[in-house]
Ligand binder design. Sequence first.
Ligand code: AMP
Length: 543
Amino acid sequence: MLNGCMMDDYQLNLSYVLERAGSLFHRNEIVTRNADGSLFRYTYGDYYGRTKQLSNALKRLGVKEGDRVATLCWNHHRHLEAYLAIPAMGAVLHTLNLRLHPSDLTYIARHAEDTVIIADRSLLPLLEQFKGDLPSLRHVVVIPDDGPTPAGYLDYEQLIAAESNQFDYPRLDERTAAAMCYTSGTTGNPKGVLYSHRSAMLHSMAVTMTDTLAVGENDAILPVVPMFHANAWGLPYAAVLTGAKMVFPGPNLQPEVLLDLMAREKVTLAAGVPTIWLGILALLDANPGKWDLSSVRTMVIGGSAAPPAMIDGFKRRHNLIVTHAWGMTETSPIGSLARVKHHMADAPHEEKLKVWSTQGFSVPFVETRHVDEEGKVLPWDGETMGELQVRGPWVAASYYNNSEQADRFTPDGWFKTGDIVTINADGYLTITDRSKDVIKSGGEWISTVALENAIMSHPAVLEAAVFAAVHPKWDERPLAAVVFKPGQSATKDELRAHLEPHFAKFWLPDDFVVLDAIPKTSVGKFQKIKLREQYGDYLVKQA
Ligand code: AMP
């Protein structure tokens, strides 16, 4: 073999991201909305020094390379300091999900063997429910986000104030672990995904590409997606890499608060799960022209399917463009996004809407295929459903210390996503279901996502989730849970009539149950397992 004559041993380290921001973008801003509504702002120059102070403080606390340092924090600038201070020194940033039950947090923090937890003061009531069960825990550092640090805890500000703002970071092998997130399935224990410096760096670069999210120095980025949900979709690292302004919402994620922040800070890109955006759209519709959102170039929506009616509503009524993205904790997370290709540049809005409503095609370096139950690779015909498999440099190759889940990885090097998709000839994926949510009625598959999207296009409907209910004859039949917009409603016949033109008769839900709210997971997705638990025997009882 003839080797190339390039610096192929140059290791991709996250410390580079910090050094670049400190030396090139020191004037650029980072803003946090505090719990009391006030705004805190400083520059990347300030950020750079404080992040190094934090690394020094952690070193003084005894943190060594490979140690797991957890955060239990909302989205704010000090969380961003931890995002780089920890991996840059060779330790592992472990973002804990503050919406989980203390028993899950106990399992996760014990499994990760966290040695230090950096926690917001406002979250101490949660931390205090599980910190006593963590044998590996040596220190808790408290961020005084909503008041002074209580006695008996280390105070973040005091701790870093005593430290130098210089830190000569080690040159790490790029495969060194940098960060970890746990992902909860409906069965079994949460699974740890352990990102490397290399995967985080390559993912950050991918996020800056023009044909993906095009994150750049002119951006002002609002991650509504929590920093504990797949690293806020990689946006913080991409922002520091490019010097983009960051706008953190803190703990208050009410639609009006987010809209105020977007308008005031001239946000260009905001990201979050569909439920957040459904609330925002309803508020915009009720108050046209109240907020000047002319700076917003896109809203990245993913984590679950973005309903086409929402994408359409944003574009038509508010001239706001949604980028519908698909990803998983296991894929760092960005795997695909729905960009209209050049050959459709002049296509009518309806045609583009169909494309924007898919989960898009894969971003560079992520490969996709779908397979049947025997593992046979299926054709890209836009019709055949199968399980999506992916591979690429920021896709997990295994779970952390978890041999029970080894069968999620194929012998030929692909990750089994558990998502059921069709793929069309242009490579666009359409997720029809999570495999565990699929409805099999008399042996035929029914896509719950397609039904939900159609129900949510009814003007009176705010949210809808379709799930499998046990049926004496057909095994399973679709049942729809519907939440109406405030002050609005529709009859079951009206809802059925709304769906009829678009689906085969056997796809139509057998019934509709009206709820005040659809149960949500810790990251804001419909929690269908809860609906199945509560209404799974609904049709049997009705019969
Ligand atoms: P998590 O690791 O918690 O982010 O969950 C990943 C899962 O969320 C995927 O396997 C999908 O089932 C779902 N998901 C993510 N993005 C989308 C999307 N754009 N449309 C539909 N489902 C999605």
